[in-house]
Ligand binder design. Structure first.
Ligand code: CA
Length: 250
């Protein structure tokens, strides 16, 4: 059933540039984007509907050890047959896939944009768009991804600087006194700016899969963390609640 398009180039160098999946049902748009990105040196996989796109994501995540480079970016259309873009995002984020997502849509309303970002898309581009703009957005997302995964000596977001190796956090130029759990939560958030995390995902990442307890534990720690990093903990600017989903940073 599943056939993943062969990458155009398979040299070591291009693997390092990045592998991008395009999920788009309009053939002309899909092929134009694919051609443009291949010319830029990226490896490109394509899917014409949401279900096929999910198959590709699953195939790659299951066969990571078997020579197939990981997905570095997903370009995802909002309106798709079988599984639409929003559900696609929800599914892969729930499964713990952190690959950056650039969402495409013919609709340009603020509502779509907000919903797209809340379900886990990292950026949003409204049709029609130019290829130069698309390439620029892809590069920015890939750069951000690289910064996130490289062993950073410090993570900085506005007035907060976190030093992973030293377990230190500086907030508005003053050292914050964080517990180990609070530190790990903040580090996770700062490594994935704007990504929405459900309480269950945070429990699994920070407390571990064997943790027996309920998701209120997460809420309590978020509240403590807000008291240490927010100027006004009751009106947070960093650790935001995403109603119905969980929390996000920035
Ligand atoms: Ca479409």
């Amino acid at each position: 059933m599943l056939t993943v398009d062969a990458p155009a180039v398979t040299s070591q160098n291009n693997t390092q540039i990045g592998q991008i999946l395009i999920v788009e049902d309009e053939e002309l748009i899909r092929e134009t984007i694919a051609l443009t990105l291949r010319e830029e040196g990226y490896e490109v996989l394509t899917a014409a509907d949401g279900r096929r796109g999910l198959d590709i994501v699953h195939t790659i995540s299951q066969s990571n050890s078997e020579n197939r480079p990981p997905l570095d970016l997903i370009i995802l259309d909002l309106m798709l047959p079988f599984v639409n873009g929003l559900d696609f995002c929800r599914v892969i984020r729930r499964e713990g896939c952190g690959t950056p997502i650039l969402m495409l849509s013919a609709k340009g309303s603020e509502m779509d944009r907000v919903v797209g970002l809340e379900v886990g898309a990292d950026d949003y581009l409204t049709k029609p768009f130019g290829m130069r703009e698309l390439v620029a957005r892809c590069r920015a997302l890939l750069r951000r991804q690289r910064i996130g995964v490289s062993p950073a000596t410090s993570l900085k977001f506005r007035e907060i600087v976190l030093y992973p190796n030293e377990c230190r956090v500086i907030v508005r130029e003053v050292e914050a006194n964080l517990s180990p759990k609070e530190f790990r939560i903040l580090e996770l958030f700062m490594n994935h700016p704007r990504r929405v995390w459900s309480r269950e995902q945070l429990l699994e990442k920070i407390w571990g899969i064997d943790f027996i307890g309920d998701s209120k534990t997460v809420d309590v720690h978020i509240r403590w963390l807000r008291e240490k990093i927010e100027l006004d903990p009751s009106h947070p600017e960093y650790l935001l609640t995403v109603r119905g989903f969980g929390y996000r940073f920035g």
